[in-house]
Ligand binder design. Sequence first.
Ligand SMILES: Nc1ncnc2c1ncn2[C@@H]1O[C@H](COP(=O)(O)OP(=O)(O)OP(=O)(O)O)[C@@H](O)[C@H]1O
Ligand SMILES: [Mg+2]
Length: 253
Amino acid sequence: MTILLQTNSVGKAYGAYRALSDVSIAVNAGEKISIVGPNGAGKTTLVNLLTGLLVPTEGEVFFKNENIAGRDPVALAERGLARAFQLVHIFPKLTVEETIAAAIVTRQKKRWRMFSSLHGDTSVTKRAREVAEIFGLENRLDTVSQLLSQGEKKLLDVASAFALEPEVILLDEPTSGISTNDKHRVMKTLIAAAERAGVKAMILVEHDMDLVATYSDRIIAIAEGKMLADLPPKQFFSTESVIEIVVGKKRSH
Ligand SMILES: Nc1ncnc2c1ncn2[C@@H]1O[C@H](COP(=O)(O)OP(=O)(O)OP(=O)(O)O)[C@@H](O)[C@H]1O
Ligand SMILES: [Mg+2]
């Protein structure tokens, strides 16, 4: 098995508060992994460590055998690691097409100075439209991002991550703000898009256990900054002590 992403007893303290400690995981090519746990468990902290956004206070994180602590997210995206955020990170004044095009341009190792000529680059425009269509945003191409609904903003953020054509993609609650009825449709879209884009591994933070059960090869549970379990779905859902902790607390947001 090819390990793409790996942590070695990784931990993070915010000042005196230890949000995460001693987490060792490995993500192999071909895997879809879910990270679950109550609010404040440390899931986003782990995703931030896995994507170089946070520098660990203990342990190490390796992406394709390279220590990525504090690496610039653009450089990591170019190496094949991309993410979407729990709270959407989009440029409010750009249109949907421009937002996706910007991600494509990043992938092509061109920079922002190229942006002014984007409209003239038909290959980028064509690809941006294809990506928008995968995520059902084809009717919103000229809409300024800040005018999108919360669900559409979420999809745009995820679409931008996919436009980077990553090997590994991390999605922090991609279906939050999306109605229960639409969650499965969105997940199916994401997985089909990942397969089509040649994504080798997907890491999903998700609170909806129905989605977790349906779309994971392996489930990692975290509570109070500690790893509780790292199991395939069948074993995970038959370990009652873990389930109780994971779903026991109601979401506060
Ligand atoms: N920048 C920060 N400074 C101080 N404390 C933080 C910071 N970021 C997170 N925390 C704290 O660390 C803990 C873990 O937060 P984290 O965001 O990783 O949780 P989470 O599992 O993603 O929760 P949720 O399900 O609500 O998104 C929480 O107690 C949170 O308040
Ligand atoms: Mg979180």
